[in-house]
Design a binder for this molecule. Structure first.
Ligand code: PEP
Ligand code: MN
Length: 265
């Protein structure tokens, strides 16, 4: 079941490639995930995201397929030659999940779960996994960089920081996207920076503008939730793009990337 990790991009230096981490909020079935994967594969993309352990605010909401979802992710990604990113919620799951995917995500709600950060760092070092470390809703950049050391101190080399919006007084968007975090992190650290525009926006019509802003601000990666049929999605239905909407946005983003001397991968 162990997967080849040699093809992970070298994230240690600046690159002209902007990685697209796209895919559904949650993996809901093999059919749903494979439909998205086929589309991204045909577009020439390299990664897909999908939640299998979902950190839901309400315990009565869909919690994800768990390890069954991880297996779907592994099998579908092997078929379509895509690299896979999924969130892990618990220390005891890190090892099992790391054997089956390329990237492990630490979600905003676990920003200061230091035992999870340590374990994730250790497991990622052993498996050469990417760690996608999301900013907490109320975390400062100083706290974020300090917390990142819990991961890197364990030997993890491929760590990417992900801005995903902050809790502020503003209620017009789900969270307030701190676009300044991109140049600030580039100034203060050498970590590549991803911007998750979907969880900040909360509404799909705002996603294109925020994605363009992220690219223009110098993001090294962009995360966008995309679902074959968002209207029946079991989580984050309002913010996910359809495959067609994503393809249109991708064309627009490619034009901007080209002007910046970058390529979307
Ligand atoms: C996610 O990316 O699936 C997610 C739950 O994001 P966040 O932790 O930023 O809310
Ligand atoms: Mn989501």
């Amino acid at each position: 079941m162990a997967i080849a990790q040699q093809e992970l991009p070298d994230l240690s230096g600046k690159t002209d490639k902007v990685i697209m981490f796209v895919g559904p909020c949650s993996i809901e079935s093999e059919e749903q995930f494979a439909q998205a994967a086929e589309c991204f594969h045909d577009m020439g993309l390299s990664w897909i995201r999908g939640g299998t352990f979902k950190p839901r605010t309400n315990p009565h909401s869909f919690q994800g397929l768990g390890l069954a979802g991880v297996k779907i992710m592994h099998d579908v990604c092997a078929h379509y030659h895509l690299k896979s990113l999924t969130e892990v919620l618990d220390t005891e799951m890190c090892e099992t999940v790391a054997k089956q995917v390329n990237g492990l995500q630490i979600g905003a709600r676990n920003f200061q779960n230091f035992s999870l950060l340590r374990r994730m760092g250790k497991v990622a070092a052993e498996h050469n996994s990417l760690v996608m470390f999301k900013r907490g809703f109320a975390g400062t950049i100083d706290e974020w960089l300090a917390a990142t050391s819990y991961i890197t101190n364990e030997g993890a080399k491929n760590v990417m920081l992900c801005e995903r919006g902050l809790r502020t007084f503003e209620t017009a968007t789900r969270f307030t996207l701190d676009i300044s975090a991109v140049p600030v992190l580039h100034k203060l650290s050498t970590f590549p920076v991803c911007v998750d525009v979907s969880h900040a926006a909360g509404q799909r019509d705002l996603v294109p503008s925020l994605a363009k802003a992220a690219l223009a601000a110098g993001a090294d990666a962009i995360m966008i939730e995309v679902h074959p049929n968002p209207h029946v999605a079991l989580s984050d239905s309002a913010q996910q793009l359809t495959l067609e909407q994503f393809k249109r946005l991708f064309d627009e983003l490619s034009g901007i990337a080209h002007a910046l001397g970058k390529t979307l991968v």
